[in-house]
Design a protein around this ligand. Structure first.
Ligand code: URA
Length: 244
């Protein structure tokens, strides 16, 4: 149980997106915030996250939340765009939290699959830093048949992407059929998978991320999300899914 002794409950609820400080104070004054046993909570004294109810409902996940979302094609990882946003798939309150819940890396608009979001800067950094070497697994459908030399080229550590100064770190390629592949990479360069196939004269028609480290999408339906448990977060942060 996470206890808070020093933080005001109104500030805590406002940070979780329940309203402005003034709105949340009004909710407290109106008796809408209570303990699990029904006794009313005021804006002072210690409280435990798991024991607080707003209008009888348990609170949203505490700070440090890590969310897994099955992003459909057409949604963008941005806060402002004319396209639908990945945030539109989450509860409205999640968008008003402080610190903000931000995507870990990005999937482009036309890519589907596993997107992790978190309000933890530390978790975000660990998952995106090339130093942590966490594997990201993608399945791609290609416009043309494979030539046969792609796996060697991707694994070489010498492949250059258009406009970049440094070669790509080795990427593992698994052939599923003549036009379908699984790639496992540990960097996260801009549009990396699409640009890698462009570099070998092909074109990615459809792209889907199925796993990051030890976390895979499983049977999470398109557009659905779930909060990772503590053990899953720990596994995600240390996991290296070895492709080679
Ligand atoms: N590589 C891409 O080309 N697009 C993505 O969204 C992710 C990796």
């Amino acid at each position: 149980m996470i206890w808070y002794a020093d933080m005001k409950l109104a500030k805590y609820l406002a940070n979780l997106g329940y309203g402005s400080r003034r709105e949340v104070t009004a909710m407290l004054n109106a008796g809408r915030v209570a303990r699990a046993d029904g006794t009313r909570l005021a804006d002072g004294g210690p409280f435990a996250h798991a024991d607080v109810r707003v209008d009888g409902e348990p609170l949203d996940p505490p700070p440090g939340v890590v969310i897994v979302l099955h992003k459909p094609v057409g949604y963008v990882c941005s806060t402002t765009d004319t396209n639908p946003l990945v945030y539109d798939l989450l509860p409205r309150r999640f968008r008003k939290r402080s610190p903000v819940i931000a995507p870990v890396g990005r999937l482009d608009r036309d890519t589907s699959g596993l997107l992790v979001l978190t309000d933890s800067g530390q978790t975000n950094h660990r998952l995106t830093s090339p130093k942590s070497g966490i594997a990201k697994v993608y399945e791609a459908r290609l416009a043309s048949n494979l030539r046969g030399d792609e796996a060697e080229s991707f694994a070489s550590g010498t492949l250059m992407l258009n406009g970049e100064a440094l070669p790509l770190a080795p990427v593992a390629l698994e052939v599923l059929d003549a036009r379908r592949v699984r790639v496992t990479l540990r960097e996260g360069r801009y549009h990396q998978v699409r640009r890698m196939f462009a570099a070998v004269g092909n074109h990615v028609e459809a792209l889907h991320r199925s796993a990051i480290g030890a976390i895979d999408l499983g049977d999470l339906p398109k557009g659905a999300w779930r909060v990772l448990g503590d053990a899953e977060v720990a596994a995600l942060q240390i996991s290296r899914r070895d492709p080679t």
